[in-house]
Design a protein around this ligand. Structure first.
Ligand SMILES: [Zn+2]
Length: 245
């Protein structure tokens, strides 16, 4: 019998593996390498490919689970699976998820967040957003039509302050919403994820980082628009008014 490492290498260098969308490969690598217990992603509609990859990587794949309405839109931005799969690294997780899906509600969401590998602070901010208390409606509206979360508002603030966007966030998964641009658990987690995805599949890493860079460019454009309206710093975004002289 092949060792785990050799078996994983065989999969990662196969044509079957490359037939899977590179963004989905990034999700699958994190699960197969035990960096997170579970992922919702696309996979392959070909049964032979699914069987070869799941057996070689020792993962459990369930079709038709998770979000199914998100559409792919090309490699130049983050894309979501059009046909959902649940990929996990142990049958126990599948059992826990089945129970969680039946219960729904807050406990189920917390469990899903944990199994997707997201830090607790980020799951809580996602479930009960706090940004409305801190940013004004004008600013929120200019940012969150597409990205309704604190992370995006703070990223715009970084650009206004002329600070750089932390490169760890280029490895953010499409459905991952860090609670803040300075979330330490996210930064730590993402630098680990980055190293592993880069090691096993540079093409998957490129697809993921390209999508996140596209989002950063869009947020930078929002910052420039706000600058034209008189906002010159992140502090002004928070206070919500502009000193006019
Ligand atoms: Zn967080």
């Amino acid at each position: 019998m092949l060792g785990r490492r050799r078996s994983h290498q065989l999969v990662y260098s196969s044509a079957a593996w490359r037939s899977i969308h590179p963004l989905d490969r990034a999700h699958i690598i994190l699960v197969a390498e035990h960096l997170k217990p579970m992922a919702y992603c696309g996979f392959s509609d070909l049964r032979d490919v699914r069987e070869f990859v799941s057996k070689g990587l020792g993962i459990v794949v369930l079709q038709g689970v998770g979000p199914t309405s998100w559409q792919r839109s090309g490699l130049d931005r983050l894309v979501f699976p059009s046909l959902g799969y649940l990929v996990c690294n142990s049958p126990k997780i599948l059992k826990a998820m089945t129970a969680a899906r039946l219960s729904q509600g807050a406990m189920s969401m917390r469990l899903q967040g944990r199994l997707l590998g997201y830090p607790r602070c980020c799951v809580e901010e996602y479930m009960q957003p706090t940004y409305e208390k801190e940013f004004t409606i004008e600013v929120i509206k200019s940012v969150t039509d597409r990205w309704a979360f604190r992370f995006a508002l703070e990223a715009v603030g970084l650009f206004l302050d002329g600070k750089s966007f932390p490169s760890e966030f280029y490895y953010r998964m499409p459905s991952q919403t860090p609670c803040s641009v300075s979330c330490r658990p996210s930064l730590k987690l993402l630098s680990r994820w980055a190293a592993v995805i880069e090691k096993y599949d540079p093409e998957a890493a490129e697809a993921l980082t390209d999508g996140n860079k596209y989002m950063a460019v869009q947020l930078q454009a929002v910052a420039e628009k706000l600058r034209k309206r008189g906002f010159t710093s992140s502090a002004q975004l928070r206070r919500g008014y502009v000193h006019r002289t």
